[in-house]
Design a protein around this ligand. Structure first.
Ligand code: HEM
Length: 469
């Protein structure tokens, strides 16, 4: 009897489910047009834009970009069954509103911090409100001009001499000059070693930097940083909080415990590990495609123009290939964006540097071309200074702007100059007309399959030029 009752409930339910699944499959298989030929994701009652989303799930970057370009205000709403309503925008006025004017309404939010809790704990990347503000104030001391000049400069010189240049030298000599190096991997290891030297100070480099990247699961980093922090505090090996002691000393003096210090250090390392190496990987690939720009950078290398052109080329690289391709906040309350888009409490609100870098409405009809000249407003000022961070939010903007922007430029210019001056890189798969490598937008973007190159030493005369930092 109970079985019969159960059947009478189950049968209609099952029929509904089957009908639902059939409808979705029908819509997926019968529609042959691409999804880019309408202004917003195609939506159906109940399931929203699930079908379009599913069809484009492996090309979300291109799909969002084309939808945003077609949208009258460069904003779309992605609402599908089973997922949070998401507003994606490439509209500079909206971006300014989210990141600055109404900053308090757009924290990262629990959905973000829950996902990254294991890796980042209570580090600056993963907290909002007062906890974020207090940490930002403390951490910002590590990004002063003095620290960048003294600590970062020394770390870069040492690391380049110890690993980067010898590795490329060896490749240029090996296999009759045909040895293949993965630049992406080399640059990631380099950036990791540098950020460890900066974050952990003198003896810190011994704690982490020698670990090969392949072994650097988050648990390994967590444990190694914890051991380091405990040892340093136990030995009372801390300089004064006002100067020179680094992040561990500063946080220790402010009364933070071991775990909070570990989380702050891990966030610092994560921030500096993959971002600059991602930008530099695409920069070197673009140089191999634009030998005229590379030649100009080398030609000007003894004048101040070199830094301006190099800076411009790096900005242009990150316009097309931003290390952080998209970034989301979660609305604390209902709101209306400047273009009229309604935001509901709990919505995910995503600003989209990758799409913004490709918007003709922002950059003109040649938005898809690599043209560093668009950044060269005058021959002496840094190229990105005059450009609104809400039009080019590669380093975010507003109160939560990337703290490491200056450090990142110093590092990228140093590496670009050190490599270009000494070596000529030839991508292995760079036949004329071949498609660009795939841009993979994880937490930090990377190049699918790495950047495999052969390396040739440049002539001595070229190397004697100086590529200023
Ligand atoms: C090309 C290189 C870089 C790019 C494109 C970049 C981009 C960004 C972006 C988009 C954010 C905001 C992320 C978010 O809130 O979810 C951010 C935050 C941050 N970045 Fe960078 N970054 C770069 C290099 C660095 C470096 C080298 C460091 C230092 C080690 C660094 C330290 C930080 C810190 C501490 C924050 C957190 C700021 C806060 O929440 O108040 N970044 N960065």
């Amino acid at each position: 009897m109970a079985d019969l009752e159960c059947c009478s409930y189950m049968l209609p339910l099952l029929t509904c489910c089957l009908f639902f699944i059939y409808t979705i499959c029908y819509m997926i298989t019968t529609s042959s047009r691409t999804s880019d030929d309408h202004l917003a994701p195609k939506s159906y009652p109940v399931i929203g834009c699930l079908v379009d989303f599913y069809r484009n799930r492996r090309r979300l970057l291109a799909w969002y970009t084309s939808l945003l370009a077609a949208s009258p205000s460069q904003t779309i709403v992605v609402d599908r069954l089973g997922a949070r309503r998401t507003v994606v925008t490439a509209n500079p006025a909206n971006v300014e509103h989210i990141l600055k004017s109404n900053f308090v309404n757009y924290p990262k939010g629990k959905p973000f911090t829950d996902v990254l809790g294991d890796l980042l704990g209570g580090g600056i990347f993963n907290v909002d409100g007062d906890a974020w503000y207090a940490q930002r104030k403390l951490v910002s001391h590590e990004f002063s001009a003095r620290v960048i000049r003294d600590t970062v400069g020394v770390a870069l010189e040492r690391e380049a001499a110890a690993t980067l240049v010898p590795a490329l030298d060896a490749a240029s000599a090996g296999d009759g000059g045909m040895a293949v190096v993965d630049m992406q991997e080399l640059l990631r290891q380099f950036a990791f070693n540098v950020v460890c030297r900066v974050a952990l100070g003198g003896d810190g480099e011994m704690a982490l930097a020698p670990l090969p990247l392949a072994r650097l699961a988050s648990a390994v980093i967590h444990d190694a940083v914890m051991v380091f922090v405990r040892r340093r505090r136990r030995n009372n090996n801390l300089a004064s909080a006002s100067g020179g002691g680094g992040l561990v000393a500063r946080m220790s003096a402010a009364g933070y415990g071991d775990e909070a210090i570990r989380d702050a250090v891990v966030s610092f390392i994560m921030a500096g590990r993959d971002t600059t190496s991602s930008a530099l990987t695409w920069f070197f690939w673009l140089m191999s495609r634009h030998r005229d720009v590379e030649a100009q950078i080398l030609l000007d290398s003894s004048s101040s123009g070199a830094t301006v052109l190099l800076h411009a080329a790096l900005c242009e690289t990150m316009r097309l290939y931003p290390p952080v391709a998209w970034d989301s906040k979660h609305a604390a309350d209902d709101d209306t964006l400047p273009d009229g888009t309604r935001v509901r409490r709990g919505d995910r609100v995503t600003y989209f540097p990758y799409g913004m870098g490709r918007m003709e409405s922002i950059w003109g009809t040649d938005a898809g071309e690599f043209r560093p000249a668009r950044w060269m407003t005058s021959s002496s000022s840094p190229a990105s200074e005059g450009v609104s961070p809400f039009k080019w939010p590669v380093f975010q903007g507003g109160p939560r702007t990337c703290l490491g922007k200056e450090m990142a430029f110093v590092q990228m210019k140093f590496v670009a100059a050190a490599v270009l001056r000494r070596f000529e890189l030839r991508p292995v798969a760079a036949a004329e007309g071949s498609p660009p490598p795939e841009f993979v937008p994880l937490l930090t973007a990377h190049m699918a399959g790495g950047l495999k190159v052969t390396v040739r030493r440049r002539s001595q005369r070229r190397q004697n030029g100086t590529c200023g930092r």
